[in-house]
Design a binder for this molecule. Sequence first.
Ligand code: ADP
Ligand code: MG
Length: 134
Amino acid sequence: MDLEVKGLARFELLESIANGASGQIFEARDRDASSTPCAVKVIDPKLATGARFETILNAEAPQAVAFRHENAARTLFAGKSGDFTIIATELLRGHSLDEWIQRSAAMARPLPWELVTYIGLQVVRAVRQGHHTP
Ligand SMILES: Nc1ncnc2c1ncn2[C@@H]1O[C@H](COP(=O)(O)OP(=O)(O)O)[C@@H](O)[C@H]1O
Ligand SMILES: [Mg+2]
């Protein structure tokens, strides 16, 4: 997907970072927060359609914005923006876990179990809090 997205009020989209399974991700600036860098996922319009999608979005967007944990990227906004449905989050820099795994596989050197345990624990802590967020 290669979207031409114009006119997002709060977020200024910069370059495209990636194409995910559910949409295109852009680096962006949050105009409501002194142009702080962020990431904006523009949901594929083919997926962002229908009554069921609307129901889930309306129910879960406020929960996503309310959820805060130091091990999870903050959700700044989730919902409609003009013709598009977007999810804006804190911008993460660095390498994804997927990249680490692929790199270690290419070198035939598994990630150290201590590191895997550490990362797993940090993820579980964030997920646990997510389950307890009303
Ligand atoms: N908050 C973010 N900061 C930086 N890069 C991001 C962010 N969110 C997503 N990305 C990039 O976009 C890719 C796809 O994101 P993902 O959330 O998996 O999208 P999808 O759910 O559509 O598959 C990630 O692997 C990462 O490279
Ligand atoms: Mg993905």
